[in-house]
Design a protein around this ligand. Structure first.
Ligand code: B12
Length: 475
């Protein structure tokens, strides 16, 4: 590292209860590190401590502070970090999903000097050059010129995922905290950009996001193996599971086959976790992924109602899905089906269809979420149309979005019944999931995980809410 290089501080504000490696910032750092000194600070999984952050920032003394921001609880955390950075006269740049959707409103906040829209590898480099006084193309950014906000249109150039350096895992402080077990740790690896689909609730379905993230791309599966080997060399603990789930991983049969072939050829005998669509899977593919080490798969069902399936743009064949689910479980792969309760315009009858469907389709875990509106998605727009959501008129107003417990119901199911069914089913599902997890750990000889899950498991179901809403009856 050249000491004369300018310093860039990249910060993940994260959320209090989730510790997760700052993948987006590591991707950015990988392309910046030969031109700038990069420091990454990840405050996820901890309380924001302003005193400590100020000390960190003073001792690093960066030229620019870049912050990754999601909608919801990370916003007040990111604002506090920005306040400290401005107190120290730093240039503050926000990137990530929230400023990508709402660049103008984000920039109205005086603490933020610029935003990067969509993927940052190319645009952030241009923005840095701009702040170094060079004349550059600023497509895909938003800046303030003499107090006036200027948003530049999407760039035409997108990252070629197989040509960029591997994410900068070696720049993380205390990497072992992301791999806490002696063995059998899992590593999350991001292999895609954009999305080929357009699900109603998803950030990726927004046409601006589609435009700024560019066409759907998926990296060569060999990269995941390279990344795995690189990170294994950095931690004292053993990583044995590759988590390539992301938003969606197995998008087609051809890609899935190639992924399995590469894993088999690697000789590493890794276990892997993935996310797919019911439409992509059949018996042959399930057998193939099982034989190449797939231990867990997440599949979005979202609803048992045909109308909601259509509204959501997922449109899975509900009868066929039951056969596929049975086959997945027969092959010993841990099956996680996901559902949303309270889709915009959902009726009580449609909610009942989902509840009945959950009873019909097998799974090891049913991950049920109450629909939480996210800006820029088709569902969000529909919720506005139906007067179910009040759109915040400033940045701070988004802090409660995506959060369970703000009692928002955008569906046509009566509030009492929606919340009662959600808490009731989650209560029982989480116990059912816990038992299945323990069985899975035992079957696979994962003693440490079994014990840890036994001692440290924290059910996240809300007992108080369950008891309070218990009396609202579905029938
Ligand atoms: C892993 C993950 C999680 C993890 C970890 C969260 C985390 N810290 O990211 C867990 C499981 C905990 C999680 C939870 C949730 N998640 Co989540 N998650 C993801 C997922 C699948 C991958 C993130 C990732 O690593 N991406 C890969 C990297 C390379 O992309 P990136 O971070 O966006 O970074 C690039 C650009 O954004 C940009 N960039 C990013 N930061 C910066 C900073 C600067 C300075 C610059 C210049 C550029 C820049 O450059 C990077 C490289 O190109 C994304 C989907 C996705 N594909 O991104 C959803 C996603 C981020 N999650 C989402 C949501 C909605 C949630 C939940 C609210 C869901 C829920 N209902 O509970 C919760 C709550 C999250 C919270 N409040 O913290 C939405 C966010 C939408 C939004 N408007 O913010 C996404 C986009 C999913 C989606 N498709 O809708 N999530």
């Amino acid at each position: 590292m050249n000491k004369n290089m300018k310093k860039i501080l990249l910060i993940e504000p994260g959320a209090r209860h989730t510790l997760y490696p700052p993948i987006g910032l590591m991707h950015l750092a990988a392309v910046l590190r030969d031109k700038y000194q990069i420091v990454i600070k990840d405050y996820s999984g901890e309380e924001i401590d302003s005193y400590k952050i100020k000390k960190d920032m003073e001792s690093i003394n960066p030229f620019i502070v870049g912050i990754r921001v999601l909608t919801g609880p990370p916003i007040p955390r990111a604002l506090e970090i920005s306040r400290i950075a401005k107190e120290l006269n730093k240039i503050v740049v926000w990137g990530g999903p929230h400023p990508t959707i709402l660049p103008e409103q984000t920039l109205k906040n005086p603490l933020i000097d610029a935003v990067v829209i969509g993927e940052g590898e190319i645009t952030f480099q241009n923005l840095l050059k701009h702040y170094e006084g060079k004349k550059v193309n600023l497509d895909g950014t938003g800046i303030k010129i003499q107090g006036r906000i200027k948003i530049m249109p999407a760039p035409k150039k997108f990252v070629k995922l197989d040509e960029v350096p591997l994410p900068a895992w070696d720049l993380l402080e205390n990497i072992d905290r992301y791999f806490p077990y002696k063995k059998n740790n899992s590593i999350p690896i991001s292999t895609t950009r954009g999305c080929a689909f357009k699900c109603g609730f998803c950030h990726n379905s927004n046409s601006n996001v589609k435009c700024y993230l560019g066409p759907y791309r998926i990296a060569d599966p060999k990269r995941a193996i390279e990344e795995f080997k690189f990170v294994q060399g950095l931690t004292k603990n053993k990583i044995e599971v590759l988590d390539v789930g992301e938003d969606l991983h197995l998008v087609s049969k051809d890609y899935a086959k190639r992924f399995c072939e590469v894993l088999n050829k690697s000789g590493l005998k890794l276990k892997w976790i993935t996310a797919a669509r019911y439409q992509v899977l059949d018996q042959e593919l399930i057998k193939m992924i099982k034989d190449s080490g797939c231990v867990s798969i997440m599949l979005g069902v979202e609803s048992g109602s045909k109308r909601i399936q259509k509204l959501n743009n997922k449109v899975i064949d509900l009868e066929k899905a039951i056969e596929i689910a049975k086959n997945i479980r027969k092959n010993g792969i841990f099956l996680r089906n996901t559902y949303i309760f309270g889709h915009p315009t959902e009726t009580l009858e449609e909610l009942k269809e989902t509840i009945n469907y959950i009873k019909k389709i097998p799974a090891d875990e049913n991950l049920i979420q109450l629909y939480r509106p996210m800006p820029g998605t088709p569902y969000f727009d529909l919720s506005i149309l139906k007067n179910k959501v009040k759109v915040p008129d400033n940045l701070e107003g988004w802090k409660g979005f995506g959060v369970l417990g703000n009692d928002l119901n955008v569906s046509d199911v009566p509030d009492k019944i929606l919340f009662s069914e959600f808490y009731r089913i989650n209560f029982f599902q989480q116990i059912f999931y816990w038992i299945n997890q323990q069985r899975f750990f035992l079957r696979n000889g994962l003693k440490e995980e079994f014990l840890n899950n036994f001692i440290n498991n924290r059910f996240t179901f809300k007992l108080k809410e369950y008891l309070e809403t218990k009396n609202a009856k579905l029938n």
